[in-house]
Design a protein around this ligand. Structure first.
Ligand SMILES: *[C@@H]1O[C@H](CO)[C@@H](O)[C@H](O)[C@H]1NC(C)=O
Ligand SMILES: *[C@@H]1O[C@H](CO)[C@@H](O)[C@H](O)[C@H]1NC(C)=O
Ligand SMILES: *[C@@H]1O[C@H](CO)[C@@H](O)[C@H](O)[C@H]1NC(C)=O
Ligand SMILES: *[C@@H]1O[C@H](CO)[C@@H](O)[C@H](O)[C@H]1NC(C)=O
Ligand SMILES: *[C@@H]1O[C@H](CO)[C@@H](O)[C@H](O)[C@H]1NC(C)=O
Ligand SMILES: *[C@@H]1O[C@H](CO)[C@@H](O)[C@H](O)[C@H]1NC(C)=O
Ligand SMILES: *[C@@H]1O[C@H](CO)[C@@H](O)[C@H](O)[C@H]1NC(C)=O
Ligand SMILES: *[C@@H]1O[C@H](CO)[C@@H](O)[C@H](O)[C@H]1NC(C)=O
Ligand SMILES: *[C@@H]1O[C@H](CO)[C@@H](O)[C@H](O)[C@H]1NC(C)=O
Ligand SMILES: *[C@@H]1O[C@H](CO)[C@@H](O)[C@H](O)[C@H]1NC(C)=O
Ligand SMILES: *[C@@H]1O[C@H](CO)[C@@H](O)[C@H](O)[C@H]1NC(C)=O
Ligand SMILES: *[C@@H]1O[C@H](CO)[C@@H](O)[C@H](O)[C@H]1NC(C)=O
Length: 515
């Protein structure tokens, strides 16, 4: 679990002035409970950040050797805050929770809002989530644990609402997943979900029938996860039946409740064969995260209430109201343990839709770069006749590779790609991004934009993806490097990964120095 502590500490390196390298391989005993007291807490400033960028080239061959030692800590360029979170028995033993205490704790279910496709056998609904127990942890202990995640501050220095939020998220992380559990779902028509300015929260419709109980096949995995597609019976209700996926263009909405707990309520969507699905990332496109400013990003993810990014909700609400067959799908690679907060925010602020999140079996850092592609491929394969609109921002190197890749791997299915250029809109974003993946795409199918209003008035249904008033500046190479540098991307952007890798390794090395 060494890597866990290291990654959590990574952003702290920003606050540490550059000094002579000399990694001290001191083991972070139990990172979950090791206080960071030895670090000087200082909020990083832009000037210090520049110093680090400046010193990168100077670190030269030293970094070359370190790179060989720590390659797995390097994620997709921008820090992945909640990396390598502890699970199951690791949580139980580190917190000293007895088996009898645990047995007395109620079982909870994280139920992730999902989607169904239309097949020859009828509707095929995906059930996806996690079964766990939430141990009772004292406030004092929760504060200690929360402090591990906070950079340059202490939980007690935060306003009360932020303290509560930080404790809420900490307790969501320190849960004990339950394997070998049988899960039953109670299904019924849903009258609403989400917020698009209309009473029902999205363009989806409520089916006349479909109430049924379904017991999942087999039991939960070792990590407490379940993920399977099962057929729905066409049962009638007071308002009739479920509609067939080849006879309507409207998504239908069903509530899917995990039986035996009131913690596992979700709303899933029966999505017709044809139509348009919008797949939207969340961080820095639907909410303000500033993931590229680590101390800020952490506070925005961990303690502060989630805030919408400018007037993006208005753009999505308009799409929901004006495009009857739009299916909204929110796809984030944030770990499963923290998705309740993401879902809570999305359904209060944006149209109702299905959700995708990082499965627990991908918590291995080496799998980090493949999660988005895995999740995207799954939904593209589920709807071979639908078109997709992909939305995110430039600060994710996996997005920059995987979004254009979908256009190549699933020809004709990517209708538009919209990417917020965070480097152009936020001077705090010093991370380079690689536009090389877009070189072979038709330039009428994608747009880099700056503010939500740039998307206003586009006839996306008919393939209008470009607002001609927005200057594009795409070089099909690595852009946004410090000092105005630009590099030709090589072989799908390997070089930028190495560059960014070095940045993080340098920071990791500095963390080691102060420990
Ligand atoms: C709709 O799908 C069902 C099941 O696959 C099939 O039996 C039926 O013929 C289809 N109807 C149309 C109009 O294609
Ligand atoms: C599903 O199970 C719940 C709880 O056991 C029960 O109240 C409900 O009537 C069942 N619904 C159907 C359609 O069988
Ligand atoms: C994780 O589990 C899913 C099914 O739940 C499976 O399809 C996938 O291949 C697994 N991925 C890894 C990296 O183990
Ligand atoms: C369910 O059955 C009804 C009545 O036969 C039919 O009108 C409806 O299209 C069917 N729906 C599905 C999803 O098969
Ligand atoms: C749902 O759970 C209750 C106990 O909470 C149980 O009595 C009931 O049989 C369960 N229903 C199904 C359909 O599994
Ligand atoms: C989940 O749904 C059930 C059934 O409608 C309801 O009784 C319960 O209050 C809901 N739980 C939450 C947390 O909303
Ligand atoms: C934390 O917040 C989420 C979303 O607001 C809520 O659903 C959940 O019940 C809270 N958890 C705890 C342990 O308070
Ligand atoms: C429905 O989705 C499943 C799971 O992704 C996929 O294997 C299957 O091919 C899809 N069926 C159709 C008819 O698209
Ligand atoms: C798109 O590509 C065409 C040539 O294929 C070029 O004339 C045009 O300027 C490009 N548009 C943009 C916005 O870059
Ligand atoms: C393109 O470059 C111009 C001039 O530097 C800048 O003002 C604009 O924000 C850039 N456009 C995008 C979409 O990044
Ligand atoms: C294009 O972007 C501008 C600037 O954000 C905006 O005012 C306009 O509504 C957008 N749409 C069209 C179709 O020009
Ligand atoms: C709302 O969305 C529709 C459909 O894409 C589009 O035609 C219209 O211009 C949009 N309106 C605004 C104000 O963006």
């Amino acid at each position: 679990m060494l890597h866990y502590g290291l990654l959590i500490l990574l952003p702290a390196a920003l606050a540490v002035p550059a000094a002579i390298p000399g990694p001290d391989p001191v083991a972070l005993d139990h990172p979950m409970i090791t206080p960071r007291a030895t670090l000087t807490d200082r909020t990083p400033t832009r000037v210090e950040e520049r110093d680090i960028l400046d010193s990168i080239t100077g670190l030269g061959s030293y970094l070359g050797s370190v790179l060989g030692t720590f390659p797995s800590y390097v994620a997709s360029g921008v820090p992945q805050f909640f990396q390598g979170l502890p699970t199951g028995t690791a949580v139980q033993s580190s917190l000293g929770i007895s088996s009898s205490d645990l047995a007395a704790t109620p079982t909870q279910v994280l139920n992730i809002p999902s989607y169904a496709n239309w097949t020859e056998q009828g509707w095929n609904l995906r059930f996806r989530g996690n079964v766990y127990k939430q141990p009772s942890i004292s406030t004092e202990k929760l504060n200690d644990l929360a402090n591990i995640f906070l950079i340059g501050t202490d939980i007690e220095s935060l306003p009360v609402d932020q303290q509560n939020q930080a404790r809420n998220l900490t307790s969501a992380i320190f849960v004990i997943q339950q394997d070998d559990e049988t899960v039953t779902m109670n299904i019924e028509p849903a009258s609403s979900q989400g917020n698009d300015g209309t009473g029902s929260g999205s363009n989806a419709i409520t089916p006349g029938g479909g109430s049924q109980n379904i017991t999942l096949v087999g039991t939960t995995t070792e990590q407490g996860d379940f993920d399977q597609f099962l057929p729905l019976a066409n049962v009638s209700g007071p308002g009739g039946y479920l509609q067939q996926g080849n006879s309507t263009l409207r998504p239908q909405r069903l509530n899917v409740y995990a039986n035996g707990t009131n913690t596992g309520n979700a709303t899933s969507y029966l999505v017709p064969e044809k139509g348009i699905t919008i797949i939207s990332d969340i961080d820095d496109i639907l909410r303000v995260t500033r993931i590229y400013q680590p101390a800020d990003g952490l506070l925005n993810s961990f303690a502060k209430a989630f805030t919408p990014w400018m007037n993006m909700p208005e753009i999505y609400a308009n799409w929901s109201q004006s495009i009857p067959d739009f299916h909204f799908h929110y796809l984030t690679t944030t770990p499963e343990q923290v998705t309740r907060n993401y879902m809570d925010f999305i359904y209060k602020t944006y149209p109702g839709g299905s959700f995708d999140t990082r499965p627990l079996n991908f918590s291995d850092i080496s799998a980090t770069l493949s999660i988005r592609k895995f999740l995207l491929t799954k939904i593209f394969q589920t709807y071979p006749q639908r078109k997709f609109i992909l939305v995110a921002d430039t600060s994710n190197s996996d997005v920059m590779k995987d979004y254009p890749l979908m256009a190549t791997e699933f020809p004709g299915q990517v209708q538009c790609i919209f990417l917020r250029n965070t480097s152009a809109t936020d001077s705090g974003d010093k991370f380079p991004y690689d536009t090389g993946g877009f070189e072979d795409l038709n330039n009428s199918t994608y747009m880099f934009f700056k503010v939500p209003d740039d998307l206003r008035g586009l006839d996306v249904v008919n393939g209008q993806c470009v607002n001609t008033t927005i200057k594009q500046n795409i070089t099909f190479s690595i852009q946004g490097l410090p000092f105005g540098l630009s590099k030709k991307s090589a072989a799908g952007g390997r070089r930028v990964e190495v560059w960014v890798s070095m940045l993080w390794v340098a920071m990791a090395a500095m963390v080691f120095m102060v420990l």
